[in-house]
Design a protein. Structure first.
Lengths: 301, 256
């Protein structure tokens, strides 16, 4: 079942068309990476799913129910983490989570135990009674996830949760997303591709107002897979010597050789040749398209 | 209802923890003390300066000070008090709009109207506490210093002045929910007040417009009768309700 369905969604700001004919499906249980350059319309799309912005055309459904602008009932299924979550600095995390829980219709006792559980999940238990005013960016981002999950939503929408964080902070967030996947479907926008590769199983690339590429990550990879293999040496002389005796090789860089048409059998024979020549390469690997090159390609089309 | 109570609790916590409530209570208590104190101290201060003044050829006769002097001061300070409280609450919507703090709450399924109502209630509650604090302090000191502490018309005057505050605060919140800047809310409120003030110069309109409500002193001196206040009192009440509704409409239309 699809938790989130966007069908032919359009959005204009004045003369500027941000989204035209955007169709997107997020199946239950997925961690969906929603990718696009700055200004592609990722945040706009998310705000429309939350009913914070009105769509100019098309239809959005969450758990089968239609989203309407303003106060939408579908928000009871959704948890939202804004790109820069802002809180009331005079409250403590526990007080804030109890406020959010109460507003979302969770009973006071359930909110209390859920708040404690979430604060420990996001690693803020020790700061539970400190005021939020003194929190760092990373701590606020983690509290942002906790507030989004307080009512056990079926769909968690995260708007660039890792973009403003240092590598350690990014890893924390990715780990949290991984930990919650068993109970929540995640839609996660970003322009940091390594984060997508670490955690997402489905991706969609938003470009020119529509999805330029979408599907399961490995399927996309397989579809765009390139053949051949690469051998890299530490010294230029070694590369030249190997290039001279091997077939169908091209020089890619001083110490790097590419065999664009090489099959697996070719790769095996290259490895035995390396053994015979007593050459130890830095690495020998099958060519795999990087996510980056896939998206550059899709965006260029 | 539960959501509204939670939001109201959040607003009141904000007032307490950001010390706004404390500052307002202190300032308004001082206003209250100043009214009778200044009246009481005036003869003493003048007598201190008496010798200097008489050297310059100014002689001061007997100055009689009574509760009316304190109430004169009370009505003189009224607008200053309202400016203070309007300034404190001008950013109550703007800071949420600018920082995006409402997004988390609204995506939990809270209606925007409830957010606006909680702010209206919190501001009116705080404004009421401040206003009646100043009034009761002035009243208590006047009763202590002078026996004629309760001149006729004092209650209608006080309620009129209070209604002026309600009108000003709801007017400010109507602007505040529609704009993303606290300064805009303050300027809008000031602008409307100035227009009303200018219009109230026209004798035909004086009795109806809110600025009349600040003239409670005339009730005490007997220059005006209660009938001169009632039209403005009821019109201000009606306007306050309309402004409350506008405040709800403002947040509904706001693009967050």
């Amino acid at each position: 079942m699809d938790i989130l369905e966007l069908t032919n969604v359009e959005k204009r700001f004045g003369e500027r068309t941000v989204l035209k004919d955007l169709t997107l499906r997020v199946p239950e249980g997925a961690i969906y990476g929603f990718i696009g350059e700055n200004g592609a319309g990722k945040t706009t799309t998310m705000k429309m799913i939350l009913g914070l912005l009105a769509a100019d055309g098309g239809e959005i459904r969450v758990c089968g129910e239609k989203v309407s602008y303003g106060q939408t009932r579908t928000n009871r299924f959704v948890g939202y983490l804004p790109d820069v979550p802002e809180f009331y600095g005079y409250l403590t995390p526990t007080e804030y989570l109890l406020l959010c829980g109460g507003l979302a219709g969770v009973s006071a006792s359930a909110s209390k135990s859920r708040a404690a559980e979430l604060l420990s999940l996001v690693g803020l238990s020790e700061s539970a009674s400190r005021r939020i005013g003194g929190f760092s960016r990373g701590m606020k981002q983690r509290l942002g996830i906790a507030q989004a999950l307080i009512h056990r939503p079926k769909l968690l929408i995260c708007d660039e949760p890792t973009s403003a964080l240092d590598p350690a902070g990014r890893k924390d967030i990715i780990d949290i997303l991984r930990a919650i996947r068993s109970e929540t479907t995640v839609l996660f926008s970003t322009h940091i591709l390594p984060d997508i590769e670490r955690v997402c199983d489905q991706v969609g690339l938003l470009h020119g107002g529509k999805l330029a590429l979408s599907g399961r990550l490995e399927e996309i990879r397989a579809l765009h897979a390139k053949s051949g293999f690469v051998v890299e040496f530490t010294e230029e002389g070694e590369a030249s010597a190997f290039l001279a005796v091997s077939k169908n090789g091209e020089r890619d860089a001083a110490t790097r050789l590419i065999y664009p048409t090489g099959t697996q059998a070719d790769m095996l024979s290259a490895m035995s040749l390396l053994g015979q020549m007593q050459l130890c390469p830095l690495k020998i690997e099958q060519r795999e398209p990087s996510l980056e090159s896939l998206f550059m390609e899709a965006a260029a089309e | 209802m539960k959501q509204l109570l939670l939001l109201l609790q959040k607003e009141l916590t904000e007032l307490l923890r950001t010390k706004k409530a404390l500052v307002l209570v202190i300032v308004f208590a001082i206003f209250g003390i100043m009214n009778p104190a200044l009246a009481k101290l005036t003869p003493w201060m003048l007598s201190l300066m008496g010798s200097t003044l008489s050297e310059q050829g100014i002689t001061i006769g007997a100055i009689s000070v009574n509760a009316l002097t304190a109430w004169t001061q009370y009505y003189k300070n009224l607008l200053m008090e309202y400016i203070v409280i309007l300034a404190v609450f001008s950013g109550i919507f703007a800071q949420e709009y600018q920082r995006g703090t409402l997004i988390n709450l609204l995506t939990k399924g809270v209606s925007r109207e409830k957010v606006a109502i909680s702010k209206l209630l919190a501001v009116l509650l705080c404004g009421s506490v401040c206003y009646w604090l100043t009034f009761s302090v002035t009243l208590a000191y006047s009763a202590y210093f002078w026996e004629n502490a309760l001149p006729a018309g004092i209650w209608l005057g006080a309620i009129s002045a209070y209604m002026l505050g309600v009108w000003l605060l709801t007017l400010e919140l109507a602007f505040a929910s529609a704009f993303s800047s606290g300064m805009a809310a303050l300027l809008g409120t000031g602008g409307v007040f100035v227009v009303c003030y200018a219009l109230s110069m026209l004798p035909a309109l004086t009795r109806f417009l809110p600025p009349r409500l600040s003239e409670g002193l005339s009730l005490l001196t007997g220059t005006l009768a209660s009938g001169d206040f009632l039209p403005a009192l009821f019109l201000s009440l009606a306007l306050s309700l309309v402004q409350g509704a506008l405040c709800l409409a403002g947040i509904r239309r706001k693009q967050l």
